[in-house]
Design a protein around this ligand. Structure first.
Ligand code: AMP
Length: 141
């Protein structure tokens, strides 16, 4: 049985405006922002506003909306980052690779023959994150 939702996780703090983020998209049900330790340029996270730990406690409807927005971001990221493909990933519980316990979908732009960096490799420069957020917002229209 997975643990209960912890309202002090880092993404809950971002949602409450207690921590900053490089926002690229928001609607009434989700927020999307750049990963600060990107595994590829333009690596974006899509999170529900509802307090869900992971796939096990989110409603199918909220999960579907996160996926819908991840698809929208993926399409825009192909253009914004001249990508050759996109990897979408969503990890559940520690054994499933989850580190932050508020559900999130990773949208990672890929280039032919370029491997993803390992998770947590390095914190990206703020200027690069700002530039990438601007490009993605423009591609989202
Ligand atoms: P996961 O393994 O799916 O739980 O991944 C958590 C992700 O959150 C990692 O890719 C981290 O680089 C990313 N991350 C952690 N803290 C922040 C933050 N403050 N802002 C943006 N991304 C973050």
């Amino acid at each position: 049985m997975p643990a209960a939702y912890d309202p002090n996780n880092i993404f809950a703090k971002i949602l409450r405006g207690e921590l900053p983020c490089h926002k690229v998209y928001e609607d009434e049900r989700v927020l999307a922002f750049l990963d600060i330790m990107p595994r590829a340029p333009g690596h974006t996270l899509v999170i529900p506003k509802t307090p869900a730990r992971n796939i096990f406690d989110i409603s199918p409807d909220d999960y579907a909306h996160v996926a819908r927005v991840a698809q929208k971001i993926a399409t825009a990221a192909m253009k914004a980052f001249q990508a050759d493909g996109i990897t979408v990933a969503q990890f559940n519980e520690r054994a499933g690779g989850q580190v932050v316990f508020h559900l999130h979908m990773h949208v990672m732009p890929r280039r032919d023959s370029v491997e993803l960096l390992p998770p947590g490799t390095r914190q990206e420069d703020v200027k690069v994150l700002e530039d990438n957020a601007t490009k993605l917002i423009a591609a989202l229209g």
